[in-house]
Unconditional design. Structure first.
Lengths: 316, 143
């Protein structure tokens, strides 16, 4: 296993997934059109409220949903006649388990998977099942949600896929199983050339695992950000006019004119509360425009999401 | 980290204005140059360290690469990233550099408050004697 820096360097330039005007229209839900590029060798977290299109996006990548526009996965353009072997290079755990597998045990499901995936390793499967302390003899339909999750994760990772798609991977897991999952995903990514895309609404998972964050809302992409830059650049500022007070008109003007400002409100007598995604530019503008900055705080993921959603709604 | 990797005492202060990678880099450089991380120590993998720090692998990779370019780390393909051998003069330079910084700040304060050179020298001698006695006393008590 490569524990060093090399593994990550070349992969970054490539994309694991490229979408150009990709869209899904199905059952009254519309996803896209999406234009984005998910970097290979990296962990990308998809966040967004329920119904924002996270699961449909995964189904699109797996060709489980009919796709308009262009989609390229692991260098292969998705088309009705494209190579079925692409699916062998992907591991997937869906948000909800499949009812038709209820009568199988984990080992029986693994036996099917071992026939399908050329990269299958029984050693890897055994190791993961032991690490998760997953049950292998009861039928999947009889297992608790968390216990079934652990078995599904072990099966999905046992062929060491190039791309791992996990839809709400930790749903149903207790805290110790959750910690083991994070360790196993870290180990998986340590190989350097693997790509993980996971949908989640758990902030701590994003903090610990992700390199990039993809925000989604109502079937649209609200932005793909490098995580550390995201938390560095997004700030909430309290500002005041050096002379006189800042009122509602100031908030409206700053929202329109100041670079980087994503949201602005009057927040008390003479004080504006400003959300920015470009701290330095906003600060420079405010100082030159006669404002004083009273405080500057980092924003949590939920606050950034709320701000992006508000902006997206306003632009609709 | 559950995989037995070394835990590196680096602390990120989210409210500081410096970018994350800078905070991690300064602290890791300090741990190496002060000798707290000995030559040959295997560092956590980029992914493990990123998970510990709750930052992205991109940030940790940048820190490892910068410190490798400075000669403080080296990476062996397939094994990992290690603390490199650092000569004594680089360590001394780092050690004395921190003391010089602290003295410069004290002198700055003195000059701002119109202290004369004689006053500052007297303050230094007294402070040294006091702190040295305290330090020796502490050692005595521990015994």
């Amino acid at each position: 296993m490569n524990r060093g820096t090399q593994g990550l360097t070349h992969a970054e330039t490539d994309s694991a997934v490229t979408l150009k005007g990709a869209a899904v229209r199905q059952d009254g839900f519309a996803l896209g059109p999406l234009d984005l590029s998910v970097p290979a060798g990296m962990v990308t977290a998809i966040v967004g409220p329920y119904g924002s299109g996270k699961s449909t996006l995964m189904r699109l990548l797996l060709r489980l949903a009919p796709c308009e526009g262009e989609a390229t996965v692991l260098g292969q353009r998705l088309a009705p006649d494209s190579d079925v072997r692409l699916r062998e290079r992907i591991g997937f755990v869906s948000e909800l388990p499949h009812a038709y597998e209820n009568h199988l045990t984990a080992d029986e499901k693994a036996r099917f998977a071992s026939l399908w995936y050329p990269g299958w390793s029984w050693d890897r499967y055994e190791r993961l099942m032991r690490a998760f302390d997953a049950d292998r003899t009861k039928k999947l339909g009889k297992l608790s949600k968390g216990m079934r999750r652990k078995a599904e994760l072990a099966v999905a990772m046992a062929h060491d896929p190039e791309l791992l798609l996990l839809d709400e991977p930790s749903s149903g897991l207790d805290p110790s199983a959750w910690k083991i999952l994070l360790d196993e995903l870290t180990r998986y990514m340590d190989q350097g050339d693997r790509t993980l895309i996971f949908a989640t609404h758990i902030t701590e998972e994003v903090r610990r695992l992700a390199d990039y964050v993809l925000f989604m809302h109502r079937g649209r992409c609200l932005g793909l950000y490098e995580k550390d830059r995201l938390f560095e650049a997004w700030r909430v500022l309290a500002v005041q006019r050096v002379e006189g007070t800042a009122g509602r008109e100031d908030a409206a003007r700053l929202l329109k004119q100041a670079p980087g400002v994503q949201g602005a409100q009057e927040a008390g007598p003479g004080i504006c509360r400003i959300e920015t995604d470009a701290l330095e530019e906003t600060e420079a503008y405010l100082l030159s425009a006669g404002y004083r900055i009273l405080s500057s705080q980092r924003m949590e993921l939920e606050e950034i999401m709320a701000c992006l959603v508000r902006k997206g709604e306003a632009g609709r | 980290m559950g995989r037995g990797g070394l835990w590196i005492p680096v602390h990120i202060d989210e409210n500081r204005p410096e970018p994350l990678y800078h905070q991690v880099e300064v602290q890791l450089r300090g741990l190496i140059l002060s000798g707290q991380l000995a030559e040959g120590t295997l560092l956590p993998s980029i992914r493990e360290f990123a998970a510990d720090l709750r930052c992205s692998a991109i940030t940790v990779r940048r820190v490892y690469q910068d410190l490798e370019n400075e000669g403080l780390l080296r990476t062996r393909q397939g094994t990992g990233t290690f603390v490199a051998g650092i000569d004594q003069s680089a360590r001394d330079e780092f050690r004395l550099g921190r003391v010089v910084e602290a003295f410069e700040r004290a002198v700055e304060t003195g000059l701002q408050l119109q202290c004369s050179r004689e006053e500052m020298e007297r303050i230094w001698r007294e402070a040294y004697a006091r702190k040295k006695a305290e330090a020796d006393g502490d050692k005595g008590e521990q015994r």
